[in-house]
Design a binder for this molecule. Structure first.
Ligand SMILES: [Zn+2]
Ligand SMILES: [Zn+2]
Length: 238
């Protein structure tokens, strides 16, 4: 069931994208699995309507560090399935008490947001995000060593206060989560900060990343990611 629900797309450098095709690009999000020699990093955990951990297990036998980029429902639904959970301190209370309002699915995610459900007897009336407080904290410029590959944590607030992105200098891969993607971005939510968003977008554009693996919509090449960041910045200036 889970294997059919999730769409898994492999990319170079032992990177996998995990998505939920039953949801549109702004109701679901992309999670990313990055394999090292000794550990795997899972960036975000989808919406949480069907178990994610078995799908990750089918892709790797490595022990998994689960990084929660921020506490919007579309990134944290499967967080409770993973023992090693890490995030920025700014949003930890929300993971301990993930109400529909604080995780933003209340009033936004509805039964008709799905083209279909994971099973015939699935009841969306029982949908909820399970509490999953972090077991470790991440700060700007922390590194995560997976064995043979080193990832850098970037704190990029704006869309949300504790928002994290991940950058790998060696491959030039930038996992931007909700800090940058080519689609409608949200900087006016409860917890958003436009000044911080300006700073974060400028910082991501200046990284020199070779490929953007975003939280929503399509991957971007180096040139396009700078252009998209600049157009989002221009929108914020207005
Ligand atoms: Zn978000
Ligand atoms: Zn999102």
């Amino acid at each position: 069931m889970g294997q059919d629900w999730f769409e898994i797309t492999p990319f170079p450098d032992r990177i996998f994208r995990i998505s939920e095709p039953a949801l549109g690009p702004l109701h679901g999000s992309h999670s990313w699995l990055v394999l090292g020699d000794h550990k795997a990093l899972l960036i975000d955990t989808c919406v949480g309507v069907t178990p994610l951990a078995p799908v990750i297990k089918s892709l790797t036998r490595l022990s998994v560090i689960c990084l929660l980029s921020h506490t919007h429902y579309d990134h944290i639904g499967g967080a409770h399935e993973f023992a090693d959970r890490r995030m920025h301190p700014a949003e930890i209370e929300i993971m301990a008490n993930p109400t529909p309002e604080l995780t933003f699915w209340g009033g936004w995610l509805k039964a008709d947001s799905f083209t279909h459900f994971p099973s015939h007897d699935y009841d969306f009336a029982n949908y909820a995000i399970k509490p999953a407080p972090p077991t470790g904290l991440l700060h700007d410029r922390n590194t995560i060593d997976l064995g043979g590959r080193l990832l850098q944590v970037l704190h990029v607030p704006g869309h949300s206060p504790g928002l994290l992105a991940i950058y790998e200098a060696e491959t030039g891969a930038l996992f931007s989560t909700d800090a940058l993607y080519d689609g409608e971005m949200f900087f006016n939510l409860n917890g958003s900060n436009i000044e911080a968003a300006r700073h974060s977008l400028s910082r991501l554009a200046a990284l020199g990343a070779r490929v953007l693996y975003p939280g929503h919509y399509e991957n971007l090449d180096a040139e396009t990611l700078v252009r998209v960041a600049q157009s989002q910045l221009a929108r914020l200036e207005r």
